[in-house]
Design a protein around this ligand. Structure first.
Ligand code: RTP
Ligand code: MG
Length: 140
């Protein structure tokens, strides 16, 4: 498997509890390398655009409000099989269903305030990375 990139967000519930370092350490311990990182407070428009694929879902408005409720850390992660590896270390969307040792099992508060986002495919990773980062901001 060649080196791959994925996109990650440390969500407001995690930044609020000062878990940026703890979450990043779990990503790094899983073999992922942070090759771009920025702390931002998303605007509503930015969050709506990012989650446009979910706009028909019943949780869309709550999700957008949550994602703009505080700062987030947007990151590009690099490594072998990075998309799948990141999904594995994140754990299931609902922390109640997440495996022991995953970020969501360890840190998430609820199905919505679940501490991290991670791209679900290499194709979406490329789109999501480009939504937040210029090529020169990513240093592999
Ligand atoms: P993500 O996109 O954030 O990495 O998480 P995911 O693939 O595991 O979950 P997805 O189905 O893509 O949903 C995106 C985010 O929406 C919130 N959510 N709330 N209230 C609910 O039933 C519900 N379901 C999902 C979560 O924050 C989820 O990560
Ligand atoms: Mg998703």
């Amino acid at each position: 498997m060649a080196t791959e990139r994925t996109f990650s967000i440390i969500k407001p519930d995690a930044t609020r509890r000062n878990l940026t370092g703890a979450v990043t350490k779990m990503l790094e311990d899983a073999g992922l390398r942070v090759v771009a990182s920025r702390r931002i407070h998303m605007t509503r428009e930015q969050a709506e655009g990012f989650y446009a694929v979910h706009k028909e879902r019943p949780f869309f408005n709550d999700l957008v409000s949550f994602m703009i409720s505080g700062p987030v850390v947007v990151q590009v992660l690099e490594g072998e099989n990075a998309v799948a590896k990141n999904r594995e270390v994140m754990g299931a969307t609902n922390p109640a269903n997440a495996e022991e040792g995953t970020i969501r099992k360890t840190h998430a508060e609820s199905i919505e305030a679940n501490s991290v986002h991670g791209s679900d495919s290499a194709e979406n990773a490329a789109i999501e990375i480009a939504y937040f980062f210029k090529p020169e901001e990513i240093v592999g």
